[in-house]
Design a protein around this ligand. Structure first.
Ligand code: G3P
Ligand code: CA
Length: 233
């Protein structure tokens, strides 16, 4: 049965990647959320899409150059709507602690792995061990070095490889990076790719689908997870 995940939370109605957006997805009855993480100068894993503050907060500068306490001084919601001005950038720990008893699935997308943020995989995985249930987590990334690193740390953690291109026979490559799922951009999903991926043993988690007809088609094809910004009641 296809699961629906709120992409950056219920981000069509709330400021993306904020606690409000995640609570919105949960209250809407979604199966889970997708969120993006970076690492601060003082080693905190924080939930924000971009490498820098500028677009989604009233602060400026790169996450890697800022301490968590300084990031917390800024609004992460005002840019979306004044009524969300009290929203802040959350740590991954804060999100995990809020949902830990709710049987809610979380896809953690690592925006850049260890070659950019030292030991980010260890820090994320320690957060999972301390504050969440491993079986309710999928780690995804466009940085496939990072996914392999996660598997080296804990082979039982589920990983999914994000990609945008219409890859030829993607499973040949996916086996080499040991992922559990493939996370293709949905427009690349022809019927043939869907069937072949299943035959090769890969479940598909696809992004970011806001078109109702596309969602219906993907559900009829028994796609595992659909990431969407919207609510469909
Ligand atoms: O999970 C897929 C999707 O989130 C990847 O793209 O830019 O929205 O993080 P982006
Ligand atoms: Ca993402």
């Amino acid at each position: 049965m296809t699961m629906i995940f709120g992409h950056r939370g219920l981000s069509s109605m709330y400021p993306e990647n904020t606690m409000a957006a995640f609570k919105g997805a949960y209250d809407d009855g979604m199966d889970g959320i997708e969120l993006d993480v970076h690492m601060t100068k003082d080693g905190e894993i924080v939930v924000i899409h971009d490498f820098f503050m500028d677009r989604t907060t009233d602060g400026i500068g790169y996450i890697k150059d800022l301490k968590f306490k300084d990031i917390k001084k800024h609004s992460a919601g005002k840019w979306f709507n004044e009524k969300f001005s009290l929203e802040k950038v959350s740590s991954l720990q804060e999100i995990f602690e809020y949902f830990k008893d709710k049987n809610f699935k979380i896809n953690v997308e690592i925006k850049a792995g260890y070659r950019f943020y030292e030991n980010i995989e260890e820090k994320i995985i320690n957060n999972i061990y301390k504050y969440y249930k491993k079986e309710n987590i999928i780690i995804s990334s466009f940085d496939h070095y990072s996914l392999l690193k996660c598997k080296e740390i804990d082979s039982t953690l589920e990983t999914g490889a994000l990609y945008e291109a219409a890859l030829f026979n993607p499973w040949t490559y996916m086996k080499s990076i040991k992922v559990d799922y493939i996370h293709p951009q949905y427009l690349t999903l022809t019927d043939e790719v869907i069937e072949d991926s299943k035959k090769e043993g890969y479940k598909i988690n696809t992004y970011t689908v806001d078109d109702v007809d596309a969602i219906k088609r993907l559900i009829s094809k028994d796609i595992n997870i659909i990431f969407t910004n919207k609510t469909y009641g």
